[in-house]
Design a protein around this ligand. Structure first.
Ligand SMILES: [Zn+2]
Length: 395
C-alpha cells in the first residue's frame, strides 16, 4: 500500500478520517496515507477547514469542541441592493456591514440603506481556498477508500514534497454547489425541519466523469469532479452517518404489564422476551452498539412519509402531480430508493415529455443562467440548520 501523497510504502498504520474528526466524522481508513503525511495534512488542510465550521460545531451537543469558540463571528453573505449583488457581513440575521456598498455610495450606510438590502445567501462557498481543499480532500479520501486507482485522482492535485515531508498541497478539482432541482429533492431538503444531523457521501460515475457528492451537516452540499477520464467500472457507492454523539446510558426500563415489553421492543428494536433480565440486557447491548452509520434510504423515507400528508392538504394540484412524478423517479413502490439515481440524475420536463439528466451537469447550466437561485437554496439550507441548532440548545 502506497501513501497517496508521498508515494512511500505505508509501513506503519495511520488512521485517516474520511470526513474530518473535528466535524464528527466516524469513517476511517488506514489505506490512504503514511503517518507523516497524515500529520502534515492536518496542519496544511484540516485545521483551517474545520475552523470554518466552528460556529456550527461548537453549537452541536456532545460534538468534540474545536478551539475557536470566542465570540459570535460575523459571516460573509450576499445581499441584493437595487438589483445588484454585494458582499455583506451578517451576525445572525442582522447586516453589520457592506464595504462594497460603502465604496459605491461614497458614504456610511444609514439604517434605511441597510433595510433595503435583501440577504440572499451566505458566502460559504467555493471561493474560499481552505474550504475547497477540505471538501476536495473528503472526496479524494472517499474515492481512495473505494479503490479508485490514484492515477485517476492525481491529475488535479498539486503536491509539494520537501525533505521527504509533505510541505504543500492543493486540490484543483472543479467544485459545484448543489441545489435541489426537482420537487422531490426540494421538499426532502427544505420541506421539513431537520430531524437528525448527518454527513452523506456518494461516489458515482456518469460515463467518463467521476463525481463525488459531499453533504456535510445535511447543509453544505457539493459536487466534486474527481476525474473526466474515468474508464473504470460503473460505480455508485454511498456512505451516510449521524453526527451527534448518542447518549448510551442504560434507560430505566420498567415492565409493569406484558404490553410494556412490546412497546420497549419497538422503541429499541430488540426482540421481545418475557425473561425480563435478558430483555433489559438486550436493550443495554443494543444502545451500546448503535452504529453512527445509517442508511440514506431510511432518512429519505422518513422525510417523504412526513411530507405526504402535508401535500394531500395543500391546494396546488399541479405541484402535487409533479412531486408524485419525481417520487416515482426516485422511489419504487415500497418507498425504497431506486438504485443509482439519487443525486446522480434529476427528472425534468420538456413539453409533456419527462426526461432525466445528469444532476451536476444541470447544476452547471443553472450556475450560468441563474446563480442567485443556487444562493437562495444554500441560504435556506443554512437557515434550516440555524433553526435546528438554536432549538436543540434548549433541549
Ligand atoms: Zn506519505
Amino acid at each position: 500500500m502506497e501513501c497517496l501523497y508521498c508515494n512511500c510504502k505505508i509501513l506503519k498504520e495511520s488512521k485517516e478520517h474520511i470526513i474530518q474528526n473535528a466535524l464528527g466524522g466516524h469513517l476511517v481508513s488506514t489505506e490512504i496515507c503514511c503517518p507523516e503525511c497524515n500529520n502534515a495534512i492536518q496542519k496544511l488542510i484540516d485545521d483551517e477547514f474545520t475552523n470554518i465550521f466552528a460556529p456550527i460545531t461548537t453549537r452541536i451537543q456532545n460534538l468534540k469542541k474545536t478551539s475557536n469558540t470566542k465570540g459570535k463571528p460575523s459571516t460573509a453573505a450576499y445581499g441584493l441592493y437595487h438589483g445588484e449583488t454585494y458582499e455583506i457581513f451578517i451576525k445572525g440575521n442582522t447586516i453589520v456591514s457592506c464595504p462594497q456598498l460603502n465604496k459605491k455610495l461614497k458614504r456610511n450606510l444609514t439604517s434605511e440603506d441597510i433595510d433595503e438590502i435583501e440577504i440572499i445567501g451566505y458566502k460559504f462557498d467555493v471561493e474560499n481556498r481552505s474550504f475547497i481543499n477540505g471538501i476536495c480532500k473528503i472526496a479524494t479520501n472517499f474515492a481512495v477508500m473505494n479503490k479508485v486507482p490514484v492515477n485517476n485522482l492525481k491529475d488535479k492535485m498539486t503536491i509539494e514534497i520537501s525533505d521527504d515531508i509533505l510541505a504543500g498541497i492543493e486540490f484543483k478539482y472543479p467544485v459545484l454547489p448543489f441545489a435541489a432541482l426537482n420537487h422531490f429533492d426540494l421538499l426532502m431538503e427544505t420541506g421539513t425541519p431537520i430531524e437528525t444531523l448527518y454527513h452523506h457521501l456518494i461516489l458515482f460515475n456518469i460515463g467518463d466523469l467521476l463525481w463525488c457528492y459531499v453533504d456535510l451537516f445535511n447543509t453544505f452540499q457539493y459536487y466534486i469532479l474527481l476525474s473526466d477520464k474515468w474508464d473504470g467500472a460503473h460505480i455508485y457507492t454511498s456512505y451516510c452517518q449521524k453526527i451527534e454523539r448518542f447518549d448510551r446510558t442504560p434507560p430505566n426500563v420498567r415492565v409493569r404489564k406484558p404490553k410494556d415489553i412490546l412497546t420497549y421492543s419497538q422503541m429499541y428494536k430488540v426482540n421481545p422476551t418475557t425473561d425480563i433480565d435478558i430483555f433489559k440486557k438486550s436493550i443495554v447491548d443494543k444502545i451500546k452498539k448503535t452504529p453512527y452509520e445509517c442508511d440514506i434510504n431510511d432518512i429519505v423515507k422518513d422525510n417523504v412519509n412526513i411530507l405526504s400528508p402535508i401535500l394531500d392538504f395543500s391546494g396546488d394540484k399541479e405541484m402535487i402531480l409533479e412531486y408524485l412524478t419525481d417520487v416515482s423517479f426516485y422511489q419504487n413502490e415500497d418507498g425504497d430508493l431506486n438504485a443509482g439515481v439519487f443525486r446522480r440524475f434529476s427528472p425534468f420536463k420538456t413539453g409533456e415529455q419527462l426526461r432525466f439528466g445528469s444532476y451536476p451537469d444541470m447544476i452547471h447550466d443553472l450556475m450560468n443562467d441563474n446563480q442567485n437561485s443556487i444562493r437562495k437554496y444554500t441560504f435556506s439550507k443554512f437557515e434550516r440548520l440555524n433553526q435546528y441548532l438554536s432549538f436543540s440548545k434548549y433541549m
